[in-house]
Design a protein around this ligand. Structure first.
Ligand code: PLP
Length: 393
């Protein structure tokens, strides 16, 4: 008894000592080195997604023994990696996608950055990568945005896309948690997802490939999930569809609707009992990426009194609802587009038509889809007051 007490005490003190030695991520240690060699900014109109990068980046190293180093804003630069770095072999990588917007007063705003940081830490945990204090990293990102202020577009619909990335830099060709990592953020000016106005999309419900499955990594924003989606996307494009509607065939052979491309999927329909309901897949088994846009839409719709149901739902229910004329609207949701209206889903040789609002001037989206787009973009650009919009100051 006494011995075990002694042992547990010494265990505890070792743990405390090691904790003391491992530094947390601290924004107060941030250093800034600016470049005199600034780039010529690209023409905004028609700008391609993710091909132009700003003058600076933010980075910080992590080491198993010492913890997080001092974060630094430095000129945008190539990385130097050992060819054995385990990010290159086993995809030990997670990332985020978020945007900074400029409001009418020229102030820069972020949208719910705490949510992206929480998700990035959950993704890191799933991939055995180190976790960090998200609020401290947001403070560092704000400093980066101050340095890159001139890169945040002023035009409506445009923004500065932020790509926080965490990679293993550990040179070890063994499958294990890394001992060294790099966390960094790069910035890219981007335009509206639908450059020429809204265009409702056609989806291919994909039965041949699976994006995610219970117990897998679908809920983590990790590079590997996207690499395997490129081939199905290419095939869908070749057949004239914009995106894959990802399904998961369960043990009973029913096909669950999970996500669309790299967005969460929603249907507004009438239930068999005739009740209007917004439905989306639940976050409970690790198949679905917990979108910040998804969460925002659920909250906004519940506040409007719309019934929102998060449950597993199946293609057979969509087919039946379509046959019975119960589908009202359908859209994908994500940072890239906010909402992306759906006009048609091809499934098992059948085309399921989704109604679009004939009242809408462009006839490309239903009324709820449009309302959500406007409400969320009003928050992005600071036109409506919301604690979801965080000023960079
Ligand atoms: C990033 C992503 C989303 C959308 O998340 P947001 O936070 O709303 O941008 C949805 N599904 C997948 C698979 C994603 O990668």
């Amino acid at each position: 008894m006494l011995r075990s007490l002694v042992r547990s005490r010494s265990c505890l003190s070792t743990l405390q000592a090691s904790r003391r030695g491992v530094a947390t991520l601290q924004s107060s240690l941030l250093t800034v080195e600016t470049t005199a060699d600034v780039k010529v900014k690209p023409e905004l109109e028609g700008i391609a997604f993710g091909q132009n990068f700003s003058d600076h980046m933010l980075e910080v190293e992590w080491d198993q023994e010492t913890g997080w180093g001092a974060p630094a804003i430095v000129p945008y630069h190539n990385l130097s990696l050992d060819p054995a770095a385990s990010v290159l072999h086993y995809g030990l990588e997670v990332f985020e996608g978020m945007k900074a917007y400029k409001d009418a007063e020229g102030r820069v705003r972020m949208y719910r950055p705490d949510r992206n940081m929480r998700r990035m830490n959950n993704s890191a945990e799933r991939l055995s990568l180190p976790q960090f204090d998200g609020a401290e990293w947001v403070e560092c990102m704000k400093e980066l945005l101050k340095v890159e202020e001139s890169w945040v577009p002023e035009l409506e619909g445009y923004s500065l896309y932020l790509r926080p990335t965490l990679i293993s830099t550990h040179s070890f060709v063994g499958i294990a948690p890394p001992a060294k990592c790099l966390l960094y953020v790069i910035c890219s000016p981007v335009g509206p997802y639908f450059a020429g106005g809204f265009n409702a999309v056609k989806l291919l419900a994909t039965t041949e490939y699976t994006r995610a499955w219970p117990g897998g990594t679908g809920a983590a924003k990790c590079g590997g999930n996207y690499a395997s989606g490129i081939k199905p996307q290419k095939e869908a494009t070749a057949l004239g569809y914009s995106q894959n509607l990802w399904l998961f065939r369960n043990d009973e052979g029913r096909e669950e609707v999970t996500e669309v491309g790299s967005m969460n999927q929603f249907f507004l329909w009438k239930t068999k009992a005739g009740e209007k309901e917004l439905i989306t897949a639940p976050l409970d088994d690790g198949t679905i990426l917990p979108g910040v846009t998804r969460e925002s839409i659920i909250d906004l719709c519940r506040a409007k009194g719309i019934t929102v149901t998060e449950r597993k739902y199946y293609m057979d229910e969509i087919v039946e609802a379509s046959d019975e004329g119960r589908i009202i609207e359908s859209f994908g949701a994500g940072t890239a587009c906010v909402v992306c209206p759906v006009r048609e889903i091809h499934y098992n040789g059948q085309d399921i038509q989704i109604p679009l609002d004939p009242e809408d001037s462009e006839g490309q989206m239903g009324p709820l889809t449009k309302e959500l787009f406007e409400e969320i973009t009003d928050i992005h650009y600071g036109r409506s007051d919301s604690e979801w919009s965080v000023l960079v100051e």
